[in-house]
Design a protein around this ligand. Structure first.
Ligand code: ATP
Ligand code: MG
Length: 170
């Protein structure tokens, strides 16, 4: 299945990451695609915040992977942008990170070609003027995509409802 929504600002992207994180307590493999500056790292920051990480989140460009061993979960944030050859992934022992129960977030997964294990969810971010569009697509985990879509719809409608009530002159 697919789910698409508009993210109007950086805050929306972080909030979307936090909502997504609520479905990731058991770990998972999230492959995040999109042009330079589309908001991939921002989305990862939202996910990491939800698990209690408050520090700066930067793309791990020179090391390929940034580990976050958090109390609830081990999260590994990859950025494959500078991967010159997919075979490099074997040198860093990529399979060690992709263990059940870990959460792997991968920016630029297409640069790794077929050297990565099958993902659960693919996220495509696109730049639309000043905002962003996000498209979720299930790869190997249909129910994860459905759950995230449901959570996001519920939250958006709750916020929309509150605004409508607040704006109502009656
Ligand atoms: N929904 C949004 N609307 C507008 N700006 C956004 C949105 N989400 C993120 N941004 C902004 O886009 C810029 C780039 O974000 P980010 O670094 O996350 O992109 P990226 O996809 O990781 O880029 P790269 O491919 O270079 O790693 C940041 O300034 C961020 O604040
Ligand atoms: Mg990035």
């Amino acid at each position: 299945m697919e789910y698409q929504t508009r993210l109007e600002s950086e805050i929306d992207t972080i909030a979307f990451g936090m909502t997504l994180a609520e479905s990731l307590f058991e770990g998972g493999r999230i492959y995040i695609k999109g042009d330079l500056g589309a908001g991939k790292t921002t989305l990862c920051r939202g996910i990491l915040r939800r698990f209690g990480f408050e520090g700066a989140v930067k793309s791990p460009t020179f090391t390929l992977v940034e580990p976050y061993e958090l109390p609830e979960l081990s999260i590994y944030h990859f950025d494959m942008y500078r991967l010159s050859d997919p075979s490099e992934l074997e040198y860093i022992g990529v399979d060690e990170y992709f263990q059940p129960g870990n959460l792997c977030l991968v920016e630029w997964p297409e640069r790794a070609q077929d050297r990565l294990p099958t993902g659960d969810l693919e996220i495509q971010l696109s730049i639309i003027g000043r905002s962003r569009n996000v498209l979720l697509r299930s790869i190997a985990n249909e129910s994860l995509c459905q759950e995230v879509a449901k959570r996001h719809r519920l939250k958006s409608s709750a916020i929309g409802h509150k605004l409508t009530v607040g704006d109502d002159p009656d």
